[in-house]
Design a binder for this molecule. Sequence first.
Ligand code: SF4
Length: 471
Amino acid sequence: MLSLRLWSVRHARGLRRAYDYFSRLAPLAAPVARAIGASGTEALLRPLERGAKGLLFDCRMCGQCVLSATGMACPMNCAKEMRNGPCGGVRANGHCEVKPEMRCVWVEAIEGTKRIAPDHLDHPTTLLPAIDQRKRGSSSWIHVIHGSPDPALQPPVGERITPEAQQGPLERACRSGRFVITVEVAPPDSADPQTLLAKAAPFKGLVDAINITDGAGGNCHMSSVAASAILAAHGFTPVYQVACRDRNRIAIQGDILGASALGVQNILCLTGDDVSQGDHPQAKPVFDLDAVSLLHIARGMCDRGEYASGRKLQTPPDLFIGATANPFVPPFGDRIANLEKKVAAGARFIQTQFCFDLAMLDDFMRRVRERQLHERAHIIVGVGTLSSAKALSWMANHVPGVHVPPALLARIAAAADQKAEAKQICIETIQALASIEGVAGVHVMGHKNEDVLAEIIAECGLRRQTRLHSV
Ligand code: SF4
């Protein structure tokens, strides 16, 4: 089945032509379909569609076929059911974070898309909505016959801009044009809020915001919404991270409203790491949404004051909404398209994966500037340090989406004091990033390393430095 799937991607252009031909002819069957009735047509078409598309595309019959928009690769074979591009965990060899034996479905999808339209990066990307779970197992061909394909998401229009006086500290800092510094803190394994406050304390007055991770790596900790609310109540500026892995759209929207009601002003929308690497690998991954559809929903709550269902909110949340990007893993050329989708869906700040490779970041930022994405969203680059070359090497091999160049590992390994050398490299990286046009700031990360991260921020000499442009 897999080999036929790969064959279909290789022949995406011809198959797309066949699909277009079928789409034009299919409405001729509409009178017959109406005469048979909806359930009769469904009963007739479903086994035919399942057989044909299952054979050619390893189709999972989601009922909302998007093969023509995904290079003839079925995105439902993705372990996270991503509908809008690859996750940040694609392995260096282009294989899947969750199923290492399988090529990433989105690496295949992009190959197929290039065969259909080599200039695909020059065109605006389609935002695909979250799957309608009721349609699973049903025929998509019926919609083609009746000429009623599922609509794509419309990028937000009439975005509600928060008046300056009501903007949170992070949004004000980003808009001011000065170099922004955020830091990541993992919530504790504790019911005592003081444990969390002790982790945040080294950063008081030192950073523009503190990201609170949401079950990072698939590991269980205090909930990010509760931890963010605790920080907000104690005068910190939290960025509430929301992962799609553990909650469906009903729970996530409720949490977003709750976070806003508790004084949280920033959210970061992410798909999330798979459960397999965490401390509960037996858990059921949800992935009802992907990061792009979550961004679109969060934007709709803020701008239009309504849930994804269209039901009106009494008081909309007022949030500074962000997303993630990973320029350091395949498919490199198309990471920019993925970022563009997130910006189109409503992200106004972007935080990247760890940058250990300045040359790659430089190249990514060149393409960001070509598409003027840095003028639509504030690009905050992830940096970090670890205590030794061995620890860094472990992270590169075990944490999805982390790329560490061998030369950097060798430099740390050769140092007499590896911890000090790794810290020095982090400071040099921050200083180098500050000179790259379009980089709005840095996001400093490092698990259980709060004191060292605070030293790095204090020693890099970039706090409150004015930048040349603002969004
Ligand atoms: S690497 Fe990520 S996007 Fe690609 S198939 Fe695996 S889970 Fe899906």
